[in-house]
Design a protein around this ligand. Structure first.
Ligand SMILES: Cc1cc2nc3c(=O)[nH]c(=O)nc-3n(C[C@H](O)[C@H](O)[C@H](O)COP(=O)(O)OP(=O)(O)OC[C@H]3O[C@@H](n4cnc5c(N)ncnc54)[C@H](O)[C@@H]3O)c2cc1C
Length: 437
């Protein structure tokens, strides 16, 4: 019998070493609150903080430890990006709305950075800039034009890096140049969540962990929120369950597909190797459908690489091995590197890949962050709070339009994901072949 090598030393997030997720001191369930929030990730806590500071009583419920969903498992890249891209948004919504959506990314990033500073949030944030790599020269030309547009329209410090200068940014010849944006950086996601939780608790938010909400029912006086701890009456309800949405929010569940995203983290690498592979310590990304995102850990000693995970039950080894192969393809120096961690979490995809703030039967939903929630969840959560407070100016967002469309033949089990991932994988291989032939 051959013994398979363990794909990684630990199956828990690297981030939990420095900021383990855990419970909060138990408190009695209030029979009545102004606002009940389901989900204690970035979105739920950001909303709760805004509401409490405006004088509302707020109870936040989470089925797990606060942050144990995506908010302590992610890559920590403050991208605030929108998947469809400006050209696709313009085709779909027209120039004005497309521009509004794009500008909102800038506001949302600035909101986050300001929040980190004002609240003295200690989460290893560094505004390093991000390098987005081009697969081929045609893609490079398109990306260079888009970077020029960003700089002109929004004043974002963005510029193209031709192939000949690429090694000054990333130690690989796999790509054909890329673009840099200096408005994106990296933080320690679990520390950020822990700090957000600290600030929210200090402000008076009531957080009930390991308390799944099982039903939300409406009556003339407001809502009955039933959880494992009992019943609470709330004037208003906000659902922030994103990729972990369950049967308590059936309307949302038919509209958001949880997709596993996986991250691997290497063992410590030598300073020389790190300086060669990531000379500017930037955040990295690329344009394949199943593309990778990667970055140095905040201490600059390891490489973290994330990408899609084709599994949806258990924790099989294959997705880790696929990411490992991707890492080695980019950086052959890392072919034999030991992996210290490999873990997954759920991102939430809706059909048009746009985050949403919407209301249905009186319940407000903030979700659909499509893998970019460090910025978006924090921002949309706070907009949701302003909306609940009746502030139509601060509560406005470009994502405040009709709910996402339901996904056909889907009721919460993403049985089709492995086939989709295979299909996108084939598309990627073809795109790479065409781009580099
Ligand atoms: C591996 C990975 C890498 C990522 N990388 C990045 C990145 O680099 N940059 C970026 O911007 N974004 C990234 N993301 C996305 C980002 O982490 C998420 O968009 C963001 O954390 C979503 O926050 P949230 O508050 O909406 O949801 P979550 O943090 O997922 O919280 C939802 C919570 O709802 C709770 N819940 C669900 N149902 C119930 C119920 N019935 N009762 C009570 N509680 C319930 C869950 O327990 C969970 O804690 C990544 C995500 C993953 C998984």
């Amino acid at each position: 019998m051959t013994i398979q090598p363990r794909p990684a030393d630990k199956a828990t997030p690297y981030w939990w070493e420095a900021a383990p997720v855990g419970g909060v001191p138990g408190q009695p369930l209030a029979p009545r609150v102004d606002v009940a929030i389901v989900g204690a990730g970035y979105a739920g806590l950001s909303a709760a903080l805004t509401l409490v500071r405006a004088g509302r009583s707020v109870a936040v419920f989470d089925a797990m430890n606060p942050g144990e969903g995506a908010s302590s498992r992610n890559g920590g890249i403050t991208s605030g990006s929108i998947r469809p891209g400006l050209a696709a948004l313009t085709r779909k919504f027209g120039e004005k709305t497309a521009f509004e959506i794009e500008s909102e990314g800038k506001r949302a990033r600035e909101f986050l950075y300001d929040f980190l500073k004002t609240e003295e949030i200690s989460c290893d944030f560094q505004l390093t800039g991000a390098f987005r790599a081009a697969l081929g020269y045609q893609q490079y030309d398109e990306m260079a034009r888009a970077a020029e547009g960003l700089a002109k329209r929004l004043g974002i410090d963005a510029y193209a890096v031709p192939h000949a200068e690429q090694r000054g940014y990333i130690g690989t010849d796999f790509y054909r140049g890329g673009v840099v944006r200096m408005d994106i950086g990296g933080l320690h996601p679990a520390k950020f969540h822990a700090e957000l939780l600290r600030v929210a608790l200090a402000a008076g938010v009531m957080v009930h962990c390991h308390t799944p909400v099982t039903a939300i029912t409406r009556d003339a006086a407001g809502f009955d929120v039933t959880s494992s701890a009992g019943k609470t009456t709330a004037q208003q309800v906000l659902v922030c369950t994103n990729g972990y949405t369950d049967a308590a929010a059936p309307y949302l569940r038919r509209r958001l597909v949880p997709v596993r995203s996986r991250i691997i983290v290497t063992e410590e690498l030598s300073p020389d190797l790190m300086a060669k592979l990531m000379p500017r310590r930037m955040m990295m990304g690329e344009n394949r459908q199943l593309g990778f995102y990667y970055r140095p850990t905040p201490d600059g000693k390891r490489i973290l690489l994330g990408g899609r995970d084709s599994s949806w039950v258990g924790d099989p080894a294959a997705p880790t091995l696929r990411l490992r192969a991707g890492l080695a393809e980019l950086f052959p120096e890392l072919s034999d590197v030991r992996l210290a961690h490999s873990w997954f979490g759920n991102v939430a995809m809706n059909r048009d890949m746009l985050p949403r703030l919407f209301e249905r039967d009186g319940v407000v939903y903030a979700s659909g962050f499509c893998g970019s929630g460090v910025v978006w969840a924090t921002w949309v959560g706070s907009r949701a709070a302003h909306r609940l407070l009746g502030d139509t100016v601060e509560g406005r967002t470009a994502f405040d339009f009709r709910p996402p469309a339901a996904v056909p033949f889907y009721n919460g089990t993403p049985w089709f994901m492995p086939a989709f991932i295979k299909f996108y994988g084939l598309q990627d291989r073809f795109a790479l072949w065409r781009a580099q032939r």
